[in-house]
Design a protein around this ligand. Sequence first.
Ligand code: ADP
Ligand code: MG
Length: 399
Amino acid sequence: MNIHEYQAKELLAKFGIGIPTGYPATSVAEAVEGAKKLPGPLYVVKAQIHAGGRGKGKFKELGADAKGGVRLAKSIEDVEKDAGEMLGNTLVTVQTGDAGKQVNRLYVTDGVDIAEEYYLSMLVDRASGRIAMIVSTEGGMDIEEVAHSTPEKITTITIDPATGFMPHHGREVAFALKLSGDLNKQAQKLSKQLYEAFTTLDCDMLEINPLVETKDGNLLVLDTKMSFDSNALYRHPDVEAMRDETEEDPMEVEASKYDLAYIKLDGDIGCMVNGAGLAMATMDIIKLNGSFPANFLDVGGGATTEKVTAAFKIILSDPAVKGILVNIFGGIMRCDTIAEGIVAAAKEVDLSVPLVVRLEGTNVQQGKDILANSGLPIVPADNLGDAAQKIVGEVKKAA
Ligand code: ADP
Ligand code: MG
């Protein structure tokens, strides 16, 4: 789960980490009110969307020479003008895709006198099975570009969970950022605080870009992105409350209500499968037969009629779907129960595309009989290979 910059900064501040003062706003009046609480004379008005690259982004509704989604304002009047231009409009950045994202929220913060911009991020590194800190002197820019053209400017430090964060990790971070004196000490302290925040909050990613050195010699987090391990959210109701569903894919939000694991993909064959491994295998075999899956969808162990119906609705609400492949193994859940669920769901959603169903497991024959006697144009399949061939064939035939 992702959160907004202003929320991430609120969380980091609780760990003693330095951030510029700022106030979130959902209206121009709130933005002005926030700016009045700041010392000035430099303010920054920042679009709050779940995507980076806002500074260089462009608003769809404004001209090509209009300013982007992070704006320096030199007076309260400018804050008012910028807030008015940004709220409600659509910001397109390198991370939003062409559709862009509507800006419904702003963050009005202190303008900072920047001496240097650095990069620091943390993530759970699957290769080493540890938390890694990635630091670079090249902050404020696209880190992928830095990694590509000047990889020697990026340092990765992994932290053994058995020891946790040790003083030498902090020294390595400060050294990689080429800091000396008091700034070096600040970097050591900051990296320790970040590790504590990361582990305490069950983050899976925390990126600070840029981390800045101010002209008066302080390290401040100027921009940050944070995401959390969804499986650990139950431990952090305060973080869960920060969820902003308007920033998420509406179909994925709907799926999460029914506890369905759904991820939209680019192909045209909708898949409904129980078990993540079987779902992966189903997607592979669709590809092997020359087509592409429109989604990954795991209905989980308890494939009830309610869940199956919700899954059908979600799959069918995707206009790219030209056919559906249901591949369910009836273990604890018997095939006849699943077949009843499929028939009820198919009737309720008024199925308009070919549907191939492969059932296997307990009471499979009863299940197949229910499908055959349903009066619905359901194409039965005997095994996974047969099922994939049939759905790819049906979709080609319908096209
Ligand atoms: P994004 O990464 O989405 O473009 P940032 O918050 O990193 O957004 O802002 C882009 C750039 O704007 C930063 O690299 C920094 O140079 C400048 N900037 C952002 N916030 C401030 C601030 N509070 N004071 C001064 N400059 C800022
Ligand atoms: Mg940034």
